[in-house]
Design a protein around this ligand. Structure first.
Ligand code: GDP
Ligand code: MG
Length: 556
């Protein structure tokens, strides 16, 4: 393919505005997939994606499109819409020269429309605004065009009105891709240079790296080097994605495809890395910021005997999602496990769901926490505000865009759900990291009859101490069985008690049921009670069943 017949583009949008549906129509029109039932969202391959109707992993498809007697190679890279996965968006964008910015004709510009627009704008890509769902009864493309003009400074004449569902004007979208998006400025004659923009792991072949060729060509049998580690590999297989893998003998500058080169770990094909030919080093392409974990949670096997099985599942899954950070951890209550770092709450849920669905693992996930940096000082005289408004812009008479500085801890738990319900689903939300800020945080201990329970010690904001303390004490009370004496369950900050619950004394007489004199049955029951005790952890004079820790530590 001549370079001037190649277009590399992405579709970006707020969640549910119709990216995947549009991608399906583009694939159908170009014959990459057979037109059958609509809305099956071919690029959403994972089960979790289909179930939740979200895109998690960016996928790539090479399309062949006839336009004015010429065949064009259009490389489409699908992107996720949710904030948690915006690092996937920036990866995809780095391999493109243009984007389709899809906006729902009814909902108009939303938080991720803005966030994704800026990712593309900063990368200096051609942006084609596409107004989707014009078939809807309440569609108001006029108003959305005004918003686009006002917020993004793009003339309304540049907008294309479509219905991805019905296929209306979708062919026009492809024509505009050819007309407006520049071909990649690369040459086959240059030295081979490719950007790794994604990688996955396959049991048989090892790492499968998705690459965009920024120069030269590469063939099967070539010796290539990864700039990051300086290791040399031999290319075993390469090809294009349509979106299924189609092996080829050679890939050329401007193309997007995959390469398998005997890499055994995803670390060897780091996203953002540059590949080149052995003995022909090139300047590395600008990589991207590594994905940064924002939310941490403990993950433990339901039963310690399942530890090694779960470990291999976690390892395999992190091979396919390098944005998850893994640290071994152990808890007195829950045994050996891991502390995993995620990009956000949805990312964590998706990971958990994939562990269960794809690896059949059952796990205990603890409540998520966010990273804090502790600084020791005599007085923190900081005036503390939990949210600070930064600015406010009216998009039109019905919509306003507000920026706030928030502690991440307030955002990770259920902020998104609350925002959605308070605004009846109208508000949308996006965030980026604003760095560490000083805050009034305190360490809170939980006591059983005066003895601290180490595994429950937690860090909370001063303003939340009472409510958190009370909540945790109530959960503990409900999960510790009555014992022969009264148990005080307390939350303490230093030596100050801030919440208390009491578990009343109770004598559990297992022999009460044994009428008559059946000795074997009596013995059996006593043995059973002793076994039950083994699963308990003794804190002071209180026996705490493992379930109690699970109930208190895990997410709702
Ligand atoms: P994504 O999250 O951006 O990938 O959005 P999807 O492609 O999954 O679409 C979200 C929902 O909008 C689905 O229920 C689609 O069937 C629906 N949808 C997409 N395009 C259109 C359209 O042109 N018209 C209508 N009425 N619905 C659409
Ligand atoms: Mg989608």
């Amino acid at each position: 393919f001549a370079v001037d017949k190649i277009r590399n583009f992405s579709i970006i949008a707020h969640i549910d505005h119709g990216k995947s549906t549009l991608a399906d129509r583009l694939l159908e029109i170009t014959g990459a997939i057979v037109k059958t039932d609509r809305n099956k969202q071919v690029l959403d391959k994972l089960q979790v994606e289909r179930e939740r109707g979200i895109t998690v992993k960016a996928q790539t498809a090479s399309l062949f499109y006839r336009h004015r007697g010429q065949t064009y190679l259009l490389n489409l890279i699908d992107t996720p819409g949710h904030v948690d996965f915006s690092y996937e968006v920036s990866r995809s964008i780095s391999a493109c020269q243009g984007v389709l910015l899809v906006v729902d004709a009814n909902q108009g510009i939303q938080a991720q429309t803005v966030a994704n627009f800026y990712l593309a704008f900063e990368a200096q890509l051609t942006i084609i605004p596409v107004i989707n769902k014009i078939d809807l009864k309440n569609a108001d493309p006029e108003r959305v065009e005004s918003q686009i003009e006002k917020v993004f400074d793009i003339p309304r004449e540049e907008c294309i009105r479509i219905s991805a569902k019905l296929g209306t004007n979708v062919d026009q979208v492809l024509q505009e891709v050819v007309k407006r998006i520049p071909h990649p400025a690369v040459s086959k004659a240059d030295a081979f240079r490719a950007l790794v923009f994604d990688s996955t792991f396959d049991h048989y072949r090892g790492v499968v790296a998705n690459i965009a060729l920024f120069g030269g060509q590469v063939a099967k049998g070539d010796k290539i080097v990864s700039a990051h580690l300086g290791k040399t590999y031999e290319v075993n297989e390469l090809g294009i994605l349509t979106p299924d893998e189609h092996p080829r003998d050679r890939l050329y500058a401007g193309q997007v495809g995959y390469v398998v080169a005997g890499m055994k770990e995803v670390k060897e094909a780091q996203v953002g890395d540059t590949l080149y030919h052995q003995n022909k080093p090139v300047e590395a392409l600008p990589g991207f910021k590594p994905a940064k974990a924002m939310v941490f949670a403990g993950m433990y096997p339901m039963d310690q005997s399942e530890y090694s099985g779960l470990r291999s599942a976690v390892e395999k899954l992190t091979l396919n999602d390098s944005s998850v950070t893994v640290q071994r951890d152990s808890s007195l209550a829950l045994g050996a496990g891991w502390r995993l770092g995620f990009l956000g709450l949805l990312h964590m849920e998706v990971f958990n769901q994939r562990l269960e669905q794809e690896y059949n693992a059952s796990v205990i996930v603890t409540s998520p926490t966010v990273p804090y940096k502790a600084v020791l000082c005599s007085a923190k005289l900081m005036k503390n505000r939990r949210a600070v408004q930064k600015n406010m812009v009216y998009i039109d008479d019905q919509r306003v865009m507000m920026k706030y500085l928030f502690p991440l801890n307030e955002v990770v738990v259920d902020f998104y759900d609350q925002l959605k319900s308070l605004s009846s689903g109208y508000a949308s939300f996006d965030y980026e990291d604003a760095g560490y800020q000083p805050a009034d945080l305190i360490k809170m201990d939980f006591l059983l009859n005066g003895r601290p329970v180490e595994e429950l010690t937690t860090i909370v904001h001063k303003d939340r101490a009472y409510s958190t303390g009370k909540f945790m004490c109530e959960r503990l009370k409900d999960s510790i069985p009555r014992q022969m004496f009264e148990i005080a369950v307390q939350a303490a900050i230093g030596s100050k008690i801030i919440a208390r619950e009491t578990i009343k004394a109770y004598r559990k007489n297992v022999l009460a049921k044994c009428y008559g004199g059946d000795v074997t049955r009596k013995m059996k029951l006593l043995k059973k009670q002793a076994e039950g005790k083994k699963k308990m952890r003794r804190i002071g004079n209180v026996d705490v069943p493992k379930d109690a820790f699970i109930n208190v530590l895990k997410r709702k």
